[in-house]
Design a protein. Structure first.
Length: 566
């Protein structure tokens, strides 16, 4: 009687269960030799038997049906089958006489009715083992999810702890990944360049090569880094330490979307014309492109309209690169603060810290109340899902929304407890950014200037060789403020006031008459209507539950302003 040796291991990964196949072959060869069994072929497979469709196994059965062998030698019946289809097929082939014998070193089989019955029981136990294992694994996964532990492979920057079975920070790569995420958030790098950055920092694929572009994109889009993880379409809050804030994650996602629309360009250029795509034509709305020419060994750069709008006959001419860059720096300067003004403004903010403590406590109580409301909504949502009153897709969508709101509120509460009033922190951040603008506009780092204007303004328009930018709040106030200061004489003591003093505790006055009276008494100065318009423009004002700067009433000016000499 001729036999095939069949060996199988469950894992398809070569490094896992590597000794399983070798040990099976050794034992089965020795078994065949001791029992004088004729072996005409060996079939080796690395695939789970819990579902039908094993290629090697089916090939072996086809060879038996073709009459090339009469029996099978395997270590145990569970090596042959762990599902009802394959097990039933083997027993049916025994009934038909296609398979005349089965040999197992660990199990006795004879081709009698009782032998086939016992074999079917052995196959049934094999299937029961798999089904029970799946249930136990799923129960363990659900428990890990309830504890906020991601039941999978840790992303770069973390690793799976072998003892605690949790995902923890990898000290060797955590800071590297964090710096790379922050680097991409500047908007100055493409996905291809980020792939090179990951490679330069020592990150490799399974083939010891650079990450695939999709892998790089998946890392940048992974919500695990801000403290949550998706599983089967449902978002869960993790117990691991976040790498970045939700705010930075949202910024990264916005940049990824905008890059697909061409709003961000790589900073890796062969020339200095890096403002390609920065502005649009004011006449036809087409994008502004650039050209570079060399005449008499001299380089000349130009920015011009692409004139792709066929419905408008655009007459805009070229703008020299030097003129374009000068205007870019002038706009940056209009949204900047000198070192003296930065120090003076920061000092004023520090004086307000003590007065803001009570407001911070009220704000903290409000945030904690909102957080508790979100938790209650999550509980009620779960009850609706358990009672079958809400569809699974709607449940997942609502849960993801509430989880993200919960993450945002927890971050705000932590920041408020750790750093004090978020309102003051926003003011300090703005002042320091405005001072950085003063530094970069004096240098030649055009990429940084471009990114600054992208983050502080919109609607960049080039028309008649003039560049204009619509600045966002509060930068629009700073532009008007600097424009007013530039009109004042350095010999007059009237014109310089505490930057942002109107916003302190939401403003002091409600009546325009009181505000004008207060201004008129400052150093005996008669301020112009334009100056009043500038100072009446809101900056940061009273705080609300959403922690955003709302509009204040016009004329909400202090009754006492300090005037300073230049």
């Amino acid at each position: 009687m001729r036999y095939f040796i069949y060996c199988r291991k469950s894992s398809e990964e070569e490094e896992r269960q590597a000794l399983s196949i070798e040990s099976q072959l050794t034992e089965l060869r020795d078994y065949a030799k001791k029992n004088n069994l004729t072996v005409i072929g060996e079939y080796i497979e690395s695939k789970s038997a819990k579902i039908p469709g094993r290629t090697v196994f089916n090939t072996m059965l086809d060879a038996i049906e073709a009459g090339k062998a009469d029996g099978i030698i395997a270590w145990h019946p569970d090596r042959i089958s762990r599902n009802s289809v394959d097990g039933g097929k083997v027993i049916y082939m025994l009934d038909q006489g296609l398979v005349q014998d089965l040999k197992f070193p660990t199990y006795f089989f004879d081709s009698s009715p009782h032998g086939k019955f016992n074999l079917s029981i052995a196959f049934g136990y094999s299937k029961l083992y798999v089904d029970s294992l799946i249930q136990n694994i799923n129960r363990g996964i659900r428990e890990k999810v309830r504890r906020g532990e991601f039941p999978g492979k840790a992303p770069p920057g973390y690793y799976n702890h072998p003892k605690t079975r949790t995902i923890v920070i990898d000290p060797a790569t955590f800071d590297k990944v964090k710096s790379l995420l922050e680097l991409f958030a500047t908007g100055a790098y493409s996905l291809t360049e980020m792939r090179e950055k990951f490679f330069e920092h020592g990150f490799r694929s399974s083939r010891s090569d650079r990450f695939h572009l999709q892998t790089t994109k998946n890392i940048l889009e992974n919500p695990f880094y801000y403290g949550v993880f998706p599983l089967k379409g449902e978002l869960h809050q993790g117990s691991h330490q976040p790498m970045i804030t939700k705010e930075l994650y949202d910024k990264i996602q916005s940049i990824i979307r905008d890059k697909g629309k061409g709003k961000y360009k790589s900073n890796k250029k062969t020339n200095n014309l890096i403002f390609v795509g920065f502005a649009k034509c004011g006449e036809c709305g087409s994008a502004i492109t650039a050209e570079e020419h060399v005449r008499s060994r001299k380089r000349f750069g130009y920015y011009r309209c692409t004139k792709k709008n066929r419905t408008v006959n655009c007459d805009q001419r070229y703008t020299r690169e030097e003129l374009f860059i000068d205007q870019v720096k002038q706009i940056t300067a209009s949204m900047s603060l000198s070192e003296a003004w930065r120090d003076k403004s920061n000092k004023q903010l520090e004086d307000w810290v003590a007065e803001e403590r009570q407001a911070s406590l009220n704000e903290l109580a409000n945030l904690e109340l909102q957080l508790q409301n979100i938790k209650d909504k999550l509980n009620r949502l779960l009850d609706l899902q358990l009672d079958g009153l809400i569809e699974a897709d709607e449940y997942k969508e609502k849960k993801a929304l509430f989880i993200n709101q919960k993450i945002d509120l927890e971050a705000q509460i932590y920041k408020l407890k750790d750093q004090g009033s978020t309102w003051l922190e926003q003011a300090k951040t703005f002042i320091n950014q405005a001072h950085q603008a003063d530094l970069i506009r004096q240098g030649d780092d055009l990429v940084t200037i471009k990114n600054f204007l992208k983050s502080t303004g919109s609607n960049m328009i080039l028309q008649n060789k003039n560049l204009s930018v619509t600045s966002l709040r509060p930068w629009s106030f700073l532009m008007k403020f600097n424009r007013f200061r530039a009109q004042c004489s350095p010999d007059e003591p009237r014109q310089i006031y505490d930057l942002g003093s109107r916003c302190h505790r939401g403003g002091w006055g409600d009546k325009e008459s009181q505000s004008r009276e207060g201004l008129a008494t400052a150093e005996g100065t008669d301020l112009s209507t334009e100056a009043l318009e500038v100072l009446n423009t809101e900056w940061w004002t009273r705080k609300d539950s959403n922690l955003r700067p709302p509009r204040c009433k016009r004329g909400a000016l202090p009754t006492k302003l300090r005037a300073h000499k230049n």
